[in-house]
Design a protein around this ligand. Structure first.
Ligand SMILES: C[S@@+](CC[C@H](N)C(=O)[O-])C[C@H]1O[C@@H](n2cnc3c(N)ncnc32)[C@H](O)[C@@H]1O
Length: 237
């Protein structure tokens, strides 16, 4: 693959550990699980499951998830940590499942990784059963519109977060702690119009803030927009 994931897999697995990184553990996991609890979902598809951490959380919550991912070493790790789980090689752009197969489709920080977003969102909507939900966690488009190294010091030495070329779709190489991958920036309207065009209805939208973790890090995540969580429902059912 040309997006850096195969080469970055070992560093990614080390960075995630058991509990995930700061953004997952202290910001996103709780609101994602809140949207799932009590909704009666059973069959779930985790699109871009990586090393399987969220699938393991879904299984612990009583769901029956299948994780798909195009990065073989990440899937190997998912299977090693969860031998009874279901993990398959696959890409969001062509999901190898029949229509209306799942109660819940999850995209946990993967829209930014997917090159052909038009096909991927159409596929996620196709495999959802009527009445089912597509649950998305993503970096906000304000965040991905920053040039690599978005935090910079101004002339007075104050750290500022810069954003540029917001309306322009583009892939950027980003690197941290031994990981080097391509992330996609798209304006928020790109995602929203695609989700609407595929007949989905917005049920929930939030920009969650940290609820713990090292205070200096949490403060950064409070200063600028980082993450969003959305739940989209397929009508019917
Ligand atoms: C930022 S990681 C997120 C992994 C996992 N969902 C998590 O939150 O820990 C992005 C994942 O998307 C996967 N990915 C890259 N291109 C993809 C595609 N076209 N379809 C599905 N997944 C893709 C990568 O292999 C990687 O596992």
């Amino acid at each position: 693959m040309q997006n850096g994931w195969d080469e970055s897999a070992a560093a990614w697995i080390a960075d995630m550990g058991e509990d995930g990184d700061f953004g997952r553990k202290y910001v996103l996991d709780a609101p994602m699980m809140q949207r799932i609890q009590g909704q009666g979902f059973v069959d779930a598809l985790d699109v871009g499951c990586g090393e399987g951490r969220f699938c393991r959380m879904l299984r612990a919550a009583g769901l029956a998830p299948i994780g798909i991912d195009p990065t073989a070493p990440l899937l190997d790790e998912a299977r090693r940590r969860d031998p009874a789980g279901h993990y398959r090689l696959g890409r969001a752009e062509a999901l190898d499942f029949p229509a209306a197969r799942f109660d819940l489709v999850v995209s946990y920080l993967t829209l930014i990784d997917i090159a052909d977003i038009d096909s991927a969102i159409a596929e996620m909507a196709r495999v959802l059963r009527p009445g089912g939900s597509l649950l998305i966690a993503n970096l906000t488009s304000f965040n991905t519109a920053s040039p690599p190294g978005g935090w910079q010091r101004d002339a007075r030495g104050v750290e500022r977060f810069s954003i540029d070329h917001y309306m322009q779709d583009r892939a950027e190489w980003v690197a941290w702690r031994g990981i080097r991958i391509q992330n996609w920036h798209r304006p928020l309207s790109r995602y929203m119009s695609l989700l609407l065009a595929n007949g989905l209805q917005l049920r929930h939208f939030e920009e969650p803030l940290p609820h713990g973790g090292p205070p200096d890090k949490a403060e950064r995540y409070r200063r600028v927009p980082y993450f969003l969580v959305m739940e989209w429902r397929k009508p019917g059912g």
